[in-house]
Write a protein that binds this ligand. Structure first.
Ligand SMILES: C[S@@+](CC[C@H](N)C(=O)[O-])C[C@H]1O[C@@H](n2cnc3c(N)ncnc32)[C@H](O)[C@@H]1O
Length: 362
């Protein structure tokens, strides 16, 4: 049954279900209007005041010095070393460019140098450069290995949504004075098309390391095996710091397009699929099983924007191909970090909803 407060929102009443939440900072949903899950997630991660990535320290782990791989004997020795590092730094995660510094960034730079057309000045954009480790590694490599003309004329433009990480990048790259004339940081949201100005048809490189999977996702819900998918929206419960989920028919263009791309709504089903759907329909009457699926709408928006703004870009992107220990329900569900307080706070909401305790999140 819908809770009492929904009685005052007749338009939502027919479609709403709710999920009370204990661990919630009411600052994440500003105002009383419902927001799409991706806007809720974006606020939790990137809001300049309370967003996880806006903190001065901690959001992206930085190693004091490079790991000496030649002193480690095989995988188990590496895992032990990693364990020590995590204990020492009290950080939830280090990214590959950090763990394998400087080699990871050097490998990227070597591949750019091998394949770029060096008769035009090299232009590299990095989106979500974190602490600046990749930028510094690439610039170091170019300084030492590229023809001097290439290094001297190159431009490295970082597009970073977090002001504290933008500052950190300048510090990291500034460790080598000569890099600074090649490096600029633009503090903005890379998914926002207006930030890129008019279309630039010149060739350029775009680097995105561990960024695509950090972008906000949307969530869709279906009350059983065959009912249509609904968009999940989040709204504040009147006068409290709790939120509830609200379900609406698919209407957001990005959610609809993304669900088509991941083939959630089969356009021309085969006979076999039609029969299977009919069987599920009968089964769902007896044993209805709600479904949830996460959609990478932030990723789609960024790729759309880049395709439009930089049509001749060469893209280098890396991300996890597999996430261990995912405890959030739903297809393509994101990972909850259990170590850092407030990290991905929004995710605890769905964990609570399913009465799953997330160890260590407080
Ligand atoms: C997981 S960190 C990865 C940092 C770095 N690339 C690395 O591998 O260590 C994600 C980075 O993307 C940035 N970011 C997330 N969304 C962004 C957006 N819409 N525009 C620009 N930067 C963004 C974050 O602030 C952060 O620097």
């Amino acid at each position: 049954m819908a809770p009492a407060y929904l009685a005052t929102v007749p338009a939502l009443r027919r479609v709403a279900r709710w999920a009370p939440v204990a661990l919630f900072s009411s600052g994440i949903v500003a105002g009383d209007k419902p927001v799409l899950v991706r806007d809720f997630v974006k606020s939790a991660l990137y809001d300049p005041n309370h967003g996880y990535f806006s903190k001065r320290s901690g959001p992206v782990g930085v190693l004091d010095s490079a790991i000496r791989f030649n002193q480690l004997e095989g995988r188990s020795s590496y895992m032990k070393h990693l364990d020590k590092l995590y204990k020492k730094h009290d950080i939830a995660w280090f990214t590959p460019v950090e763990l394998f510094k400087p080699w990871y960034a050097h490998a990227i730079a070597a591949s750019i140098l091998r394949t770029a057309n060096l008769s035009v000045p090299l232009k590299i954009y990095e989106i979500g450069g974190g602490s600046g480790t990749c930028a510094k590694g690439v610039l170091d490599y170019m300084m030492l290995n590229a023809p001097p003309k290439v290094y001297n004329n190159m431009k490295y433009i970082s597009v970073e949504i977090s002001s504290s990480l933008a500052e950190k990048q300048l510090e990291t790259v500034g460790e080598v004075q000569s890099h600074l004339s090649k490096f600029t940081v633009e503090h903005r949201d890379a998914t926002d098309r207006t930030g890129w100005g008019s279309k630039n048809p010149q060739p350029c490189w775009v680097l995105m390391l561990e960024v695509l999977d950090n972008l906000p996702h949307d969530l869709v819900y279906s009350k059983d095996q065959v009912s249509p998918w609904m968009e999940v929206w989040i709204e504040k419960v009147n006068g409290s710091s709790q939120v509830s989920e609200v379900y609406k028919p698919l209407q957001d263009p990005l959610v609809s397009r993304c669900s088509e791309i991941v083939s959630m709504n089969e356009q021309n089903p085969s006979l076999r699929e039609k029969l299977s759907f009919a069987a599920k329909g009968i089964f769902s009457k007896v044993f209805p099983k709600p479904r949830r699926a996460w959609l990478p709408t932030g990723c789609l928006k960024l790729l759309d924007t880049l395709h439009e703004a930089l049509p001749s870009m060469s893209l280098i992107a890396s991300d996890f191909s597999y996430l261990p220990d995912v405890s959030i329900p739903g297809d393509r569900a994101p990972l909850v970090s259990s170590k850092v307080t407030r990290i991905l706070l929004f995710l605890t909401i769905w964990c609570n909803f399913f009465n799953k305790a997330v160890s260590g999140v407080n």
